[in-house]
Design a protein around this ligand. Structure first.
Ligand code: NAP
Length: 245
């Protein structure tokens, strides 16, 4: 079975791709700028020796590039994408008063519109096969909002709405759509946060530590496989208990 992971070159996407490959999914690895990292990941997966893998450069914020990527993936693997992991994302943090319109749009395009574009490109073949798994990487920012992240929180809340709408639209076609909402996970994205802001969040985490990309990969594997077959339209927070209510 073929899985596409967007933003697989670094961080969470990389861990997800490795975990799926270790569990015998063929993997299409999307990246945008980090070609060297994507090639390293491809080598690592090829060394496992059990699955077929390929790397595909595309800016998923651009629908034309997404359409072309899906066509390239189908040509390369000879099968369609059965598991779509919408992981690619970026941040452009600032207070609303200081946030440039361009930074609002960049985040909405890369983090939210990309999920719509990839879902639209994946869904027809999934419907024909009467099987599909779509896993969207949201964020706890989309559940509770985050200071200085109006663009990112809006995009991630949008992903949660999109997840539920798509889950309702395609449930009858054997397609499940779920979201994983990470808390603070150790990647380049959070390493870029100011130390005091990061520590303030971690101090509020009941499990009292930052999460690892592998924690998210484990949740994605669950939604990608048969163990979750009666679950759709759900948002699983993987956040050390930070947002429990
Ligand atoms: P990261 O280390 O910064 O990696 C981001 C990945 O997304 C990179 O592989 C990057 O590819 C890719 N990407 C970004 N924009 C892209 C685009 N337009 N087209 C294609 N690929 C693109 O971030 P991360 O922490 O792993 O985050 C992964 C996902 O988890 C994101 O959706 C993020 O919002 C979400 N998340 C992360 C945390 C956290 O604490 N880390 C918390 C909540 C949610 P290139 O480098 O090749 O450009």
């Amino acid at each position: 079975m073929l899985a596409l992971i967007t933003g697989a070159s670094r961080g969470i996407g990389r861990a997800v791709a490795l975990e799926l490959a270790k569990n015998n999914f063929d993997v299409a690895l999307n990246y945008n700028h980090s070609q060297g990292e994507a090639e390293n990941l491809l080598n690592e997966i090829n060394a496992l020796g059990n699955v077929k893998a390929g790397i595909f450069q595309a800016d998923v914020a651009d629908n034309d590039q997404v359409v072309e990527m899906f066509s390239d993936i189908k040509n390369y693997f000879g099968v369609h994408v059965s598991v779509l992991v919408n992981n690619a994302g970026l941040t452009r943090d600032n207070l609303i008063l200081r946030m440039k319109i361009e930074d609002w749009q960049t985040v909405i395009n890369a983090d939210l519109n990309s999920v719509f574009y990839c879902t639209k490109s994946a869904i027809r073949d999934m419907m024909k096969a009467k099987y599909g798994r779509i896993i969207n990487i949201a964020s706890i920012s989309g559940l509770i909002g985050n200071f200085g992240q109006a663009n990112y929180s809006a995009a991630k809340a949008g992903i949660i709405g999109l997840t539920k709408a798509a889950a309702r639209e395609y449930a009858s076609k054997g397609i499940t759509v779920n979201a994983v909402a990470p808390g603070v996970i150790e990647t380049d994205m959070t390493r870029a946060m100011p130390e005091d802001a990061r520590n303030a969040i971690i101090n509020n985490v009941p499990l009292n530590k930052i999460g690892e990309p592998q924690d998210i990969a484990n949740a994605v594997l669950f939604f990608a496989g048969e163990c979750s077959k009666y679950i759709t339209g759900q948002v699983l927070a993987v956040d050390g208990g930070l947002t429990m209510c």
